[in-house]
Ligand binder design. Structure first.
Ligand code: 5GP
Ligand code: MN
Length: 474
């Protein structure tokens, strides 16, 4: 079945938006109180009718009850049809308002498959209420500085001063901190007369592109010069402490005369010649700020803005537990050097495409709570991405949103990536060790924000993680 995409089917898109909004407001039937959402609306070319596809994920795992719930939802849509058509007629200029047909979205078979897998697990969401912190959860942050020897900031500054060419590396699934750190360093090193680039192998997310300032190069543009011609260079990875997360760029990184890690992840592996890893830093950009100060470079407005982006994104806008007095003092200095928090906020957070919300809408239809509401798991298939016209980077923030539910301690968001892998993002609220959970699947991160990338299929991982949360969260 080929689906009209949203760009192609303007009327369908409009109708979908109207019904989705009505589900939030006017449509008060109790049948709509679950996770009912409109996945697609296909309008006939002559405008005579439109088919509205409905899903109701995250409903009762019992198949019979679910079927009954679905029927009830369909009946409720039939009852509301007149109201919905009047609203459509009032909001879209059409010669005639199309007849509406409501159908369950059968293309979400895969989603149902996942639902069934989870449904077959022996989990209950009604475990004993207890606010005690499980004893087996480590509470203290691992003191990374104890585990390995760091280079001192002034010593690293001196090494950088001596280098002529410096390549900077961001981690895969680039975020504001890894890019902000790399760009700030790139600009600072250039101001000292050095040749410097940030090497990437992926699209820069639209909402952080504004800090790029000509620093970024695709790996293909640099490989010949730096891999074959043996031009000596120093390589720095920022916000990442393992070469696995450099993907295809790992060989270019390793080929450097000297390698440097600047990072703040607890799971950082200190694999470089010089490691500057501080798990207490709110962001890698915080460490980069100190390094740039030690280099004696006056952080101009562009450098300040790049660092600020690292701080604001990694602290969840200065809200998370990693935010310290130092973070705010650095931020204050950056403001003095020309950063406008309001401008940065508009660029990063008030700048998304409608498709991002269509996708969020679809993902939110999949979430399921476990362990008496302390855990929540949601997922995204490639199909959901295709149907909503959204991009991978537009999943940013979903795991945080799920964590924000009252009573939730851990949220896990799983998604299929374009290379057939599964990416997991986990967030904890106040005590759960998200990094330890991510490490079980080959990933890592911070105590309260971590992730992994796995070859295993989405359905299997969704079921397994749901089980783990249900077993370990009390
Ligand atoms: P996100 O879920 O936003 O991708 O990442 C959350 C945190 O976990 C970030 O600090 C990120 O660097 C880390 N992280 C995400 N994916 C991976 C991964 O595959 N491996 C490791 N070691 N860390 C990850
Ligand atoms: Mn970071």
């Amino acid at each position: 079945m080929t689906r009209r995409n949203y760009r192609g089917g303007r009327i369908g898109e409009e109708i979908k938006r109207i019904i989705s909004e009505m589900l939030l407001r006017e449509l008060k039937d109790p049948a709509f109180s679950g996770f009912v959402s409109v996945t697609d609306v296909r309008a006939a070319d002559d405008g005579s009718y439109a088919t509205v596809y409905i899903t109701m994920l995250g409903s009762d795992p019992n198949a019979e009850t679910a079927a009954e719930e679905r029927k009830e939802v369909m009946r409720a849509f039939e009852r509301a049809k007149g109201l919905i058509r009047r609203e459509i007629g009032a909001r879209i200029q059409l010669r005639r308002t199309p007849e509406l047909r409501f159908l369950f979205d059968t293309s979400s078979e895969y989603g149902r498959h996942i639902e069934e897998l989870i449904g077959s697990l022996d989990i209950s969401d009604a475990s004993e209420e207890s606010n005690e912190i499980p004893e087996d959860e480590p509470l203290a942050e691992t003191d990374v500085d104890e585990r390995r020897k760091n280079i001192a900031v002034p010593d690293l500054a001196e090494i950088l001063t001596k280098a002529d060419v410096v390549l900077l590396f961001t981690h895969e699934n680039m975020d504001g901190d890894t890019l902000g750190s790399a760009v700030a360093l790139c600009l600072a090193l250039r101001s000292l007369g050095k040749e410097s680039f940030a090497v990437v192998d992926e699209k820069i997310p639209d909402n952080i592109l504004f800090i790029e300032n000509g620093c970024v190069r695709e790996i293909s543009e640099l490989e010949t010069t730096f891999l074959s011609e043996k031009t000596p260079y120093l390589a720095i990875m920022s916000d990442v402490g393992e070469t696995e997360r450099l993907g295809r760029r790992a060989s270019l990184f390793r080929n450097a005369e000297k390698t440097v890690c600047i990072d703040h992840h607890v799971s950082s592996k200190a694999v470089c010649d010089y490691n500057l890893i501080d798990a207490k830093a709110a962001a890698s950009a915080e460490i980069v700020f100190e390094l740039i100060e030690a280099l004696g470079v006056p952080a101009d407005a562009r450098i300040a803005e790049a660092i600020y982006v690292g701080l604001v994104t990694d602290t969840g806008r200065f809200q998370y537990a990693n935010t310290t007095e130092k973070t705010h003092l650095i931020a204050a200095t950056l403001l003095r050097r020309g950063v406008s928090p309001a401008k940065v906020s508009v660029e990063i957070y008030q700048n998304f495409r409608p498709e991002k919300l269509y996708l969020e809408n679809a993902v939110m239809g999949t979430f399921r709570t476990v362990a008496n509401g302390k855990g929540v798991v949601a997922y995204m298939t490639r199909e959901m991405l295709a149907q909503t016209g959204a991009m991978d980077e537009e999943t940013e923030g979903i795991a945080e949103k799920l964590r924000a539910i009252r009573g939730v301690e851990v949220s896990v968001f799983l998604r299929e990536t374009d290379d057939g892998k599964t990416k997991g993002s986990m967030r904890a609220k106040s005590y759960y060790d998200a990094a330890a959970l991510a490490e079980r699947f080959g990933g890592g991160g911070h105590i309260r924000a971590a992730g992994f990338s796995s070859e295993r299929p989405l359905a299997e991982l969704t079921a397994e993680i749901t089980r783990i949360l249900s077993d370990t969260l009390r």
